[in-house]
Design a protein around this ligand. Sequence first.
Ligand code: NAD
Length: 263
Amino acid sequence: GWLDGYVALVTGGASGIGRAVVKRFIAEGCTGVGVMVRSAEQVDGLVAEFGDKVVVSVGDVRSPADNVAAVEATVARFGKLDTLVGNAGVWDFFARLEKMSTEQVAESFDEIFGVNVKGYVLAASAAAPHLRASGGSMIFTLSNSAFYAGGGGPLYVASKHAGVGLIKQLAYEFAPDVRVNGVAPGGTVTPLRGPASLGKQEKRLSEIPGFEDSVANAMPLKFIAQPEDHTGHYVLLASKANSRATTAAIIQSDGGWEIRPMR
Ligand code: NAD
């Protein structure tokens, strides 16, 4: 495989795109994958499926200590770290600014930016020394909302745009030792949840009535993605042999948002 002997860490790896990346990385030859998950209930399913190829850490990506613990558990078990995949995220279910009280805006900002932006920076910080040592790379999951309006509300869209700046600045700071890139999926069938601050922590994107059809119809490529559809991009960007000259790049895997027709 393209990742023979690699060791990776994936945040938000219990479900959706993160879990598909874990599975694909193991299929591509990873010795082991650290998986950071939000709750203890998410551990058993991963261990049942992947056995001793995974080491699972329960934590909150907004916590510095939890990020350090996930990195250390991965390195303690598998001996090094080649690839960090920052992926844990929350969506805002299109929450428009004027539908929220000013107080809710403040709370939701802290929650959404806490997970989607601070979570990525903290993972990068915790993984940095090991990635410098291995000559590895970081890959962050962005979104069509990293480039375009309309895929969420202002808080989610701004948080994903922030990810673009983070990737560029980290790529700049870590060159030439560590490459830093991103994958920007579009609408994908996952259980992506909302923020507790908007009372949407149990609400799942895949449960929105008509969501799959409306995404498929809006996209030039005319289908809604499954998590597996994005995983080849992560493999490519992780692989030193296949993307050695690529840093500060973001691969769009969004069904063609750029070329959406007017009608
Ligand atoms: P998902 O809900 O299956 O995956 C997100 C994971 O992050 C979950 O397993 C969740 O437990 C974890 N998580 C959330 N908050 C956390 C926290 N505070 N600490 C630790 N873990 C936490 O949904 P997904 O769609 O696979 O989301 C993965 C990434 O893909 C996110 O960054 C999301 O913004 C992005 N994305 C998704 C879509 C889509 O349509 N599903 C589109 C574009 C981008």
